[in-house]
Design a protein around this ligand. Structure first.
Ligand code: GLC
Length: 662
């Protein structure tokens, strides 16, 4: 079922949890030579996977990299985003060809040329010879994913409240700003479970500090908000500000817990707080030390965090800055021509996330000096891993919300991810829709994108359409960059339309939470491409803008401005469910085939599979106050397997499923 092939001496990434003997046979399917794994694709081969990458659900036709990248422009010419998820499923079964999964456990830069240089060749290249490759077999794509999950371990379980609607912005600057957001949501009668605190809640962007003037009496404030039914979720950045007398910095420096240059000096970079240093999460003691700091905030009542800038993002380094200033000086003396002008112009932009920096600092792994670039993709993963291990150490029975920007397979056991700095663009609704099933393949079940889009100004119609997708993603957070137009629902006209959609999320919680928990506990996927459910349907593999959500639902979001609906492929007879603008529900039968489906901005349409049904309850002001006695089943089956638990402890199990009937 799973075979492991080891080349040389791979770095221990802890991506996998099964102890498998490595095979001595030759690696099947691929030719391996000169750090290149080559696979010959047929005309019909589909390639799935790569988690958080741009482009299609079928990854064929582009070149991707597994290399965690801080890139705020998610355009289709990019090779990598924040996560490195080196898992592929190669499917040529319809053509009586191969079907298998392959995981390249390799923590440095790895390139996946999937028919980009040569349309029929898949070539995976690495920079050094040390790698573990796993071949995962299964009769179906879904079975391959389940087998893969056995190899990499069960996915993280988020607390139930984290399935509610959450509001964020960079930044709500003061306590009063946060209260105003809560008031406005309450006045609009829109449910809300959490408000996020971006970097400005800190004192000069220093991790584990609170800005006392802007957020006085923080502990009481956290408690006050919780009594109003809203949790506060602060951000934690990877880099620690260099500042004398700042205890986190001083402790880390004294104990040698920061990444070092080759001579053993702390490697200084510039990020939000100015000059800063990177905690060495790969060093066990340093990781433990940093993770214990979260306790400062959990002791004040905080129950969730988002870990950011952990690719790690570098604006500049001391070393790079020196070089840039001396380079720029040289240009002062000359008349700039075509080449020198562009070179001069780019001296400063080139400072950020430079390869030179990633090659210039080191980790201390069990006393061995390891160059950062050789293990680059583990940094954000280990920040998440150590943080969650810290929460479990301090409170073993409790779930803590944690999601990260950078990740590697393995991180899925410790937290979720969000897809980073997307845009208020229509095309990014579609990007999110395509990322979700691919992330599920790689174990990242608790995930979602910034609804409304992070960069740029969001229009009313765009937010409504983003939310219409977001009601189905486990993480449902509206977040936006500084300087952008207000993006909270109440900032737009006819707020009742937003209320209708977000209320519906809460009505769906019994389904979403049940299906999420079943997916996690069965090592399954919560969001899947159509071709994973309809393996023998020739059409399904072409469908890139519809996905399955849980066992019963198919969604087909609208992602085009001014469209009053869209074409939908119905792979079997289904029940079409329409949430009308007045919150009533209409169910109609829809036959297998292609249909144009009308979807006004203030309505939601989705589809229930034949012989399936879903539970719907009444909406509530937050997840904790949902009344499960209001559940009604819709669809054409009579029973549903409902999962319930307390939502907050780690006592989750498949025994918590009970069958409910109409
Ligand atoms: C990064 C994050 C974004 C956050 C910002 C400020 O860009 O991706 O979500 O708002 O930093 O902290």
């Amino acid at each position: 079922m799973i075979k492991k092939f080891v080349f040389n001496n791979p770095f221990k990434t802890y991506a996998t949890v099964l102890d498998i003997e490595s095979c001595t046979d030759t690696l099947p399917y691929f030719e391996y030579s000169k750090r290149k794994f080559t696979y010959k694709m047929s005309d019909t081969t589909c390639v799935y996977g790569l988690g958080e990458a741009v482009r299609g659900i079928n990854k064929r036709g582009w070149i991707y990299e597994g290399y965690c990248s801080d890139d705020p422009s998610h355009t289709e010419d990019k090779r990598s985003l924040y996560g490195a998820h080196n898992f592929l499923i190669i499917d040529d079964k319809q053509n009586d060809g191969n079907l298998f999964g392959v995981f390249f456990d390799y923590p440095a830069r790895i390139t996946f040329d999937i028919g980009y240089s040569n349309p029929s060749i898949l070539e995976v290249s690495i920079e050094k010879d040390d790698i573990a490759v796993y071949i995962i077999e299964g009769n179906t794509k879904r079975e391959i994913v389940r087998n893969f999950r056995k190899l990499i371990g069960m996915s993280y379980v988020a607390p139930k409240w984290a399935f509610g609607y959450m509001q964020s912005r960079w930044s709500y600057f003061t306590k009063d700003d946060v209260i105003r957001i809560a008031d406005d949501y309450e006045e609009s009668d829109i449910p809300l479970d959490a408000i996020f605190l971006d970097i400005d809640y800190m004192e000069r962007f220093k991790d584990f500090t609170i800005h006392d003037e802007r957020f006085p009496d923080f502990e009481q404030f956290v408690d006050y908000m919780k009594r109003r039914g809203i949790r506060l979720v602060p951000i934690i950045d990877a880099a620690v500000k260099v500042e004398d007398d700042y205890d986190v910095y001083e402790e880390g420096r004294k104990n040698g817990y920061f990444c070092k240059d080759k001579d053993g000096n702390d490697y200084v970079v510039g990020v939000w707080p100015g000059r800063a240093v990177f905690p060495d999460f790969l060093n066990k003691d340093a990781g433990k030390w940093f993770s214990d700091k979260y306790k400062i905030l959990t002791d004040m009542g905080i129950e969730g965090f988002w870990n950011d800038m952990n690719e790690p993002a570098i604006f500049y380094s001391d070393k790079g800055l020196d070089k840039a200033f001396s380079q720029i000086e040289k240009y002062r003396e000359i008349s700039l021509d075509a080449n020198t002008f562009f070179d001069c112009r780019d001296v400063f932009p080139r400072l950020s996330n430079s390869q030179d920096d990633y090659n210039s600092f080191y980790h201390n792994v069990d006393g061995k000096q390891i160059k950062h670039n050789d293990v680059h993709n583990l940094y954000g993963y280990f920040m998440t891993k150590t943080a969650q291990e810290g929460f479990m150490r301090n409170n073993p029975d409790k779930r803590t919300l944690l999601f990260s920007r950078a990740s590697y397979i393995g991180a899925h056991r410790y937290g979720g991810i969000w897809t980073g700095d997307n845009h208020s663009w229509w095309s990014h609704i579609l990007l999110c829709l395509k990322q979700m099933p691919s992330l599920n393949m790689c174990g990242f079940v608790y995930s979602g994108c910034d609804l409304g889009g992070f960069n740029g100004n969001c229009t009313r119609d765009l937010l409504l359409r983003y939310l219409s997708l977001g009601i189905f993603t486990p993480l449902m957070r509206n977040h936006s960059a500084c300087g952008t137009k207000d993006q909270e629902c109440f900032a737009y006209s006819d707020v009742k339309d937003f209320k209708n959609i977000i209320d519906f999320r809460y009505r769906l919680i019994p389904y979403i939470y049940s299906e999420y928990m079943k997916a996690v506990l069965n090592d399954d996927m919560y969001i899947r491409p159509l071709s994973f459910d309809y393996e023998n349907d020739e059409m399904a593999k072409n469908i890139e803008d519809q996905v399955m959500v849980g066992q019963s639902i198919m969604i087909a979001p609208v992602y085009t401005q001014n469209a009053d609906g869209r074409y939908v492929y119905i792979p079997e007879n289904m029940t079409q469910v329409r949430l009308n603008a007045d919150s009533t529900i209409t169910q109609t039968k829809i036959e297998k085939g292609h249909h144009y489906v009308n979807v006004p901005l203030n309505e939601i349409v989705f589809f229930i599979k034949e012989n399936h049904c879903i539970p719907l309850c009444d909406s509530a002001k937050n997840v904790d106050s949902i009344d499960y006695s209001t559940i009604k089943l819709i669809g054409d089956a009579d029973t549903y397997e409902l999962y319930t638990d307390d939502g907050i402890t780690t006592q989750y199990s498949l025994d918590n499923i009970k069958t409910i009937s109409k």
